[in-house]
Design a binder for this molecule. Structure first.
Ligand code: AMP
Length: 392
């Protein structure tokens, strides 16, 4: 069911509470990557241009219901003001009477930012009183925080029960891109799934197997798939649960599941450990599989070049270490090179791989939500999305 969009609403003179995801990475109190703030700008600009009084709110870090000085949104507010080229009032709070006092002084087109929502214990508890308090600040609620939509918190779910609740532009694009990559494709589709453990990704694999034609497997979970096929998984600890999960996918799958024909192994889980390439059938029992091998990289690139839709979640190896990053880089380049395909990348570490190669512009959509996109690809209903009003 699609959700009502803020695009279709007259917001002139209305106070609009916008939940965004400004949980930006920082180093020593300085924002090291402001992409999340930039990603929310189109919605904030749309509201300002429409004559709304804009009250922005976000979580930041994990203060666990207490005021933690280093987790104040001061630097975020300053950056938002810079990017919008306007003042952003400090609405303080997030609870208490100050927010409503500040909000009552806003004029059309003006912007205020509430203090870190997670300073208030009621936020993560999805507390009814705190939800009502947030709703009391505004006439309309907009959720543009796709990255937090997998959480049922007061600002992502509870508040929506008390106000007309719409999807922001970023939220809308995330749902459209992730959704259409799964449901809307008419041509050949491939899902590339990697990451550290099969246990983390089995639900994604099982769900994608019902939606796509081919699944390319990489990352630490390769060991479990090899063991499931009676081969050596090397020195990695593969539990019975992992092998069962791999077997479940191999037997249940409507999709063609492709495993790497060769892998890169190392004797230790260490950046400088000696990397060697071996065939799938020859993984040494004392070797850890840390990347897909060169033949697999080529084969995966060939398959990727033929499809119309690519969904990618999870790197092919320990991409943080140059000796084990080649498989992930090769896949990233292949995805970027297929100009006819719609390519959608789940956030988190896969987005980092693509970002490190400066290929973001050549991908149709790089999700801003790691955990949220993962849950979406698992087929779960995200509470922050479910809470929004349905499109008529
Ligand atoms: P995820 O967040 O699930 O996409 O997993 C990303 C993490 O998986 C990265 O930090 C990678 O270093 C790690 N990873 C990928 N391949 C392997 C592997 N073969 N062995 C151990 N960790 C891996």
């Amino acid at each position: 069911m699609s959700k009502r969009s803020i695009k279709d609403v007259d917001v002139a003179g209305k106070t609009v509470l916008v939940r965004v995801d400004f949980n930006v990475p920082t180093r020593g109190g300085v924002i090291s990557d402001d992409s999340r703030i930039r990603a929310a700008l189109p919605t904030i600009k749309l509201l300002r241009e429409g004559g709304a009084k804009v009250v922005v709110c976000s979580h930041f870090g994990r203060p666990k219901g207490q005021i933690v000085e280093e987790m104040r949104l001061t630097a975020v507010r300053e950056r938002l003001a810079e990017l919008l080229d306007t003042d952003v009032a400090n609405a303080s709070g997030p609870s208490g009477t100050t927010p409503s006092e500040v909000v009552s002084t806003l004029k059309s087109g003006e912007v205020a930012l509430l203090e870190n929502l997670r300073f208030e214990p009621g936020e993560e508890a999805n507390d009814a009183e705190f939800s009502k308090h947030l709703a009391g600040l505004a006439d309309i609620y907009v959720n543009d925080a796709f990255g937090a939509a997998h959480r049922a918190h007061a600002s992502t779910a509870g508040v929506a029960a008390h106000l007309p609740a719409y999807a922001g532009l970023l939220m809308e694009r995330e749902l459209e891109m992730l959704g259409s990559s799964l449901e809307g494709s008419t041509g050949a589709t491939v899902a590339i799934v990697g990451g550290a453990k099969v246990a983390d990704k089995i639900q994604v694999l099982l769900h994608l197997a019902t939606k796509v034609d081919t699944i390319l497997v990489g990352g630490g979970m390769v060991a479990a798939f090899y063991v499931a096929q009676g081969m050596s998984g090397g020195a990695a600890e593969v539990t019975e649960e992992d092998t069962d999960a791999a077997k479940r996918l191999l037997s249940s799958s409507g999709a063609n599941v492709v495993l790497p024909a060769d892998v890169v192994t190392a004797p230790e889980f260490n950046e400088n450990s000696q990397a060697s390439v071996c065939d799938a059938s020859d993984v040494p029992i004392d070797g850890l599989i840390l990347d897909i091998g060169p033949r697999s990289s080529k084969e995966y690139a060939r398959i990727i070049s033929l499809v119309d839709t690519v969904i990618w979640n999870g790197p092919m190896g320990v991409f943080e270490w140059p000796n084990f990053a080649k498989g992930s880089k090769s896949v990233a380049k292949a995805v970027a090179a297929n100009k006819k395909a719609t390519s959608v990348i789940g956030g988190g570490s896969t987005a980092e791989v693509v970002g490190s190669l400066d290929l973001v512009d050549q991908i149709t959509h790089v999700s801003t939500g790691g955990g949220a996109s993962l849950e979406f690809l698992e087929g779960k209903i995200l509470p922050g999305v479910a809470a929004l009003d349905d499109a008529i």
